[in-house]
Ligand binder design. Sequence first.
Ligand code: ZN
Length: 306
Amino acid sequence: MPNHILEFPGGYTRSVGPVIGRFLSELRDGRLVGVKTQAGKVLFPPVEYDPANGHEVTGEFVEVGPVGTVETFSWVPEPLPAHPLDRPFAWALIRPDGADTAILHALDLGEFERGAKPPKRLKAGLRVRPEYRAERKGDITDIVAFRPEVSMITSPTRLEYDLQPGKALDRFFEAVAEGKILGHRCGVCDKVIVPMAGFCAKDGVPTTEEVEVADTGTVTTFAVNNLPDPRAPEVPFVSAYVLLDGADITLLTLVAGIPADQVRMGMRVKAAWKPREEWGPTLSNIRWFEPSGEPDVPFETIEEYL
Ligand SMILES: [Zn+2]
């Protein structure tokens, strides 16, 4: 790896080893990654040594964010020529979701006259996401700035997407009436969302690529319920989040065909469909999920879906 120079917006530079090199390569691809310390913390941006104790980090990279939270900030009413934005902005310490440390970066809150007071919305706890340059080259300025999270309801540019969820869900129920479970693959995060809603809530982008997923899956988490429920065969019954094979979002469903106290995380299950003549455009075509008899999957493979 060539000797990259990492320029933080604060203005200092340093040469780059493999850990930060990985961070910059991922950044060029539009992803934020942190690195795990031996103590299990996620450092972002990643560095070679745990600042808490000087131990080498593990080399295990974890995707974080992209949405994060402002921890502290400093308003810049009169930007200088060297600053990343030419209108008032804030320097902020931003901790992406999933990270234990924060990055210092510019926070763009929109158009302001030079010398303006900080806007009311600028406060610790503000939810923000990175805005990437279209052409990225693998340095920290690939992120132009962080910006407040867009609300799906108030932003006019998102209105057209609000119309999509209904359409996508109609497709989903049409398919389920024929015994197929459909999802959408997000073009940004590549995750398969089931049932598809026409957009990826994580990335705030519309989704259209249809993917059929299996009617088999894995129990991620579950709860034993002791109150009767009309959908459940008996009391106690188990409600569980099941990660269908091919999906990246779990589905809340019933699990039956096994005593409640034997249900476990990692257990493989398959859909128990009602008789075909009872099918309609509803997920209750699947009465519940039952053990498939396959061996349990290791905890690590479901960990990220908990
Ligand atoms: Zn996505």
